[in-house]
Design a protein around this ligand. Sequence first.
Ligand code: 1GP
Length: 252
Amino acid sequence: MQPGTYQHISEKKRKRQKSFAVLIDPDKVQPAALGRLTDLVNEASVDYLLVGGSLVISSHLDECILAIKAQTDIPVILFPGSPSQISKHADALLYLSLISGRNPELLIGQHVISAPFVRKSGLDIMSTGYMVIDGGAPTTVSYISNASPIPYDKNEIALCTALAGEMLGMKLIYMDAGSGAKRPIPEAMIAAVAEQITVPLIVGGGIQDPEKAYRNCRAGADIVVVGNAIEKDPALIKEMSAAVHAAAHAEV
Ligand code: 1GP
């Protein structure tokens, strides 16, 4: 039997390995066009595929995931903007609570409404303390969440939020500057958080080049997520993945 996705993530952290995750927005890719993308992620040894977005308009989520699963064994993790973006065909779910905001609906309200459905899905449910960091411009997530992001230079707020999330039982912490952020999360903030928590740390939002992906890992990120930059230039997948994996080797 295959180990669960969370077990896989924890095991990699224990071994101090770094992971590269590609974010696939179902609105931006047609299932028929997934073949090229899956070839690239397979060749680049990408560790995880995140599927979702703050605002998924299309209705082909199931179809999209089934097409991905038919072409790769890389674990598919849902990254939902709302409970409607749940598909039993994925492997795992980032069960996000927006702990950086003070919007009760995104902290617990939507979870209560969708709990029986989520439980029945059979997905590996990974509770995730989701922290939105100011990325220099309003992003879809900051608008939709109706919650202020953490200022990019307030490391102490970020680390206290992450610590509280971990002590509340979150199995993962995800620091996100938002898709297409002008300014990705500063390494000093990533380091401040990584030093304080023991659960795996996911970092994403506005990462444009392999060098930044590498530096994020060196600062303490366990999983680096890239979406936009790869949509624009799919050839970056290989370089980004290599940079992330090289950061692990540099640490040993
Ligand atoms: C967004 O962290 C992800 O939620 C990825 O962001 O699309 O800017 O890479 P980008």
